[in-house]
Ligand binder design. Structure first.
Ligand SMILES: [Zn+2]
Length: 576
């Protein structure tokens, strides 16, 4: 039996229509069908058309009460498709749902991190820095020491994906935030805003440390400062911490007025909190005096210098100058060591002791050479030796910061330093033999929570504020040229010089020039004893004197440097 072709066509058309209807009905009411359609279109590259089906099926499943755990894997696929199609907001929402699911724990750590990097990047692209900051901090934490010592590694090692990610994010971070403190940026309740401020300080500290990171650092730290000062007050130590990081960034960017405002605010608050006669105020007074000098406001800078000397004079009296004649130099604990002042090959540090004997928390087994330090007994005042003072400083700052502090590296012999140096292709991470303070047994690298100390650590702020009271100074400030490498800023490396030298450095030493100061120490001591000060705006005669200029020559280990402390002839740092 034959049917007319028109009927066949009709049947065919209606079947096709019915199928179409059925298909439409299926994909809009049956999530499995919609999902298949999504996967098919997505696989064929028609991502934009696939998305409707994907979202539809997820919505249907959710409506029908399917467990969120069972959908996580599908949401991850859909999030990726949304990301490729350029819908940042929807893909972030999906990624976040995936991260909140239990299912995510079935993924490898690498895959999980990858999702977090994607979220952080997408949030940054939308200018949502506060939302992305917890992930950025997590990524930074994961880099461990790598991000901390990054400057020294340039050109040698391929940075990890995490570090590259953070470097790439630098400009997006800078664009997301106003570069100066001008009203509160962080949103949420107080607790959320303070948590974000803490993240911003961690990130800001990282960007402030690296090349071309100052714009990103300024935005992050300014936002953190505003929030902290309004919620915690100017005198709070967290607020001070943001100032100590932000101020120098402003100085480098030439925003001296903003730096001045910050230092002034914090100085007045500290004056109120600590009393007007506390020499600890010198930290802020010196920073402010330096800004005034940079602005050419020398009268104001000089008034602050006089004020600093009065604070020290009131607290310590005349003995702050005389005692150095008797002991520090004899123990050679003040000698400068750098590429300009290398140690002789046969230099042997005396009185090396095991740090474990003094109950100093260690990062390595106690018998390791690096877990030894100099005794460097102080003869004057309270007569404490170096290990005792290190222990006291570590416990003070551990308590202040709530962080775990331990000795990462102390004494290294010439042989050890040479061996370490050879391991690293004669560049970077390890200092050239003869130029390391570790060979003196007086340089210590400090670990915070089992990684190198960072400038953004609360413990670092504590060292900055109190180190001098225990005889420690920061050896390698930002921008120094003491070691091989462009900038060998090492916030983790602290040098013992004894209480009186550290105090003198805080009181009248050149800001952030510890090696120059040590090289010219006899000059500073003499001038201090004689009460002859360099006025703000004048050339610092001690630094200017040719006699103390570094000349790359080896400082003899002989008594030239070690005894008869009061004779200038014996203190020509840098002469062979
Ligand atoms: Zn070190």
């Amino acid at each position: 039996m034959k049917k007319p072709p028109s009927i066949l066509a009709l049947i065919f058309t209606s079947t096709a229509c019915l199928f179409g209807l059925w298909f439409w009905w299926q994909t809009s009411t049956n999530p499995t069908a919609a999902w298949s359609r999504f996967e098919l279109l997505n696989a064929s590259g028609a991502t934009a058309r696939a998305l409707g089906h994907g979202n539809q099926s997820i919505a249907l499943w959710e409506k029908s009460g399917v467990d969120a755990e069972d959908l996580a894997a599908k949401k991850l696929k859909l999030a990726r498709a949304e990301e490729i199609a350029g819908s940042a907001e929807r893909s972030v929402a999906l990624y976040r749902q995936v991260l909140q699911s239990q299912w995510v724990s079935t993924l490898s750590a690498r895959k999980k991190n990858n999702i977090k990097r994607r979220v952080a990047r997408l949030e940054l692209l939308q200018g949502k820095i506060q939302e992305s900051s917890p992930f950025l901090v997590e990524i930074l934490d994961r880099t461990g020491d790598e991000a901390t010592i990054f400057e020294k590694n340039i050109g040698q090692h391929q940075p990890s994906g995490d570090l590259l990610f953070l470097l790439d994010a630098r400009d997006l971070v800078a664009e997301s935030l106003p570069p100066v403190a001008n009203g509160e940026v962080l949103i949420g309740n107080d607790e959320e805003r303070l948590a974000a401020a803490a993240d911003f300080v961690t990130l800001g500290g990282f960007y402030a440390k690296i090349n071309q990171g100052d714009y990103a650092a300024a935005g992050l730290l300014a936002a953190a400062y505003e929030t902290r000062s309004s919620l915690l007050g100017q005198a709070d130590s967290d607020t001070v911490h943001s100032v100590l990081l932000l101020g120098p960034v402003y100085e480098r960017l030439g925003r001296l007025n903003e730096a001045e405002k910050l230092y002034l605010a914090v100085m007045h608050a500290q004056e109120k909190a600590q009393g007007p006669n506390n020499p600890e105020l010198s930290l802020y007074l010196r920073l402010l005096a330096n800004v005034y000098s940079l602005q050419g406001r020398f009268t104001e800078a000089e008034a602050l210098n006089v004020h600093i000397r009065r604070l020290f004079g009131d607290a310590y009296g005349g003995r702050r100058y005389v005692a150095n004649q008797n002991h520090d130099r004899r123990l050679d604990i003040n000698r400068p060591v750098s590429i300009n002042f290398p140690l002789p090959e046969d230099y042997k540090a005396p009185d090396i002791v095991a740090a474990s004997e003094y109950e100093i928390p260690l990062s390595k087994p106690p018998e390791v050479e690096e877990m030894h330090i100099r005794l460097a007994a102080e003869l004057g005042e309270d007569g404490r030796n170096m290990p005792e003072q290190l222990k006291a400083l570590l416990s003070l700052c551990a308590e202040n910061s709530g962080q775990y502090l331990s000795l990462r590296s102390g004494y290294r012999s010439f042989e050890t330093q040479t061996w370490l140096f050879d391991q690293t292709d004669h560049h970077g991470k390890v200092t050239r033999p003869g130029t390391s303070e570790h060979q003196l047994g007086l340089g210590v690298d400090i670990d915070v929570d089992y990684r190198l100390m960072r400038n953004s650590d609360r413990a670092y702020q504590c060292f900055e504020a109190h180190g001098w009271q225990y005889g420690f100074i920061l050896s390698y400030p930002k921008g120094n040229k003491y070691l091989d490498g462009a900038d060998t800023y090492e916030p983790w490396h602290w040098r013992y010089v004894g209480n009186q030298t550290a105090r003198l450095y805080r009181e009248i030493g050149p800001l952030n020039k510890p090696q120059e100061f040590l090289a010219a120490l006899p000059c500073y001591e003499e001038r201090a004893r004689a009460g002859i000060w360099t006025s703000a705006g004048d050339v610092d005669i001690c630094l200017d004197t040719q006699r103390y200029a570094p000349n790359r020559a080896v400082i003899s280990a002989s008594p030239r440097w070690d005894d008869t402390p009061n004779s200038e002839q014996n203190q020509q740092g840098g002469r062979p």
